[in-house]
Design a protein around this ligand. Structure first.
Ligand code: ZN
Length: 137
């Protein structure tokens, strides 16, 4: 079973903390130990783990990505959003997070961010949670 969470972006580029939403899905699924795969089924959005306490970190990452992959450039893609496609490939569309005692195993400062590169849009994120038995723990 694949579960989905909905994300609504409000800007062209935006990092949205989805850690709480994923944690809620874990709780509903009743999984205490295992692995959660987070997959973004879009070509102009990505997912990453980074600092969730100081928002200037997310801002700096976005500023840097916009600098190395500018919105306008010598692109051929007619839709006009090549920078978003390139940023998506650089950041990546999936990650795995360990689950233990019903909680995502994240560092103190870490959060999971949905990375919008071509917003604002309604998006969704797919989650696959695989529970492990005690022998594998
Ligand atoms: Zn496109």
């Amino acid at each position: 079973m694949v579960r989905y969470i909905n994300v609504k972006s409000r800007a062209r580029t935006e990092f949205i903390d989805i850690t709480g939403q994923i944690q809620e899905v874990l709780k509903e699924a009743g999984i205490s130990s295992g692995v959660c795969t987070v997959f973004v089924p879009h070509t102009t959005a990505a997912v990453t783990v980074n600092e969730g306490v100081d928002p200037t970190v997310q801002r700096d990452i976005q500023t840097f990505l916009n600098k190395i992959v500018p919105f306008e450039g010598d692109y051929h893609h007619r839709e006009g959003n090549s920078s978003a496609h390139i940023k998506t490939t650089l950041v990546g569309v999936s990650l795995h997070v360990l689950v233990d005692e019903g909680r995502l195993v994240l560092g103190t400062w870490q959060s999971i961010f949905f990375c919008e590169f071509d917003g604002p849009r309604h998006r969704r994120v797919a989650l696959k949670i695989v529970a492990s038995d005690k022998k594998q723990a």
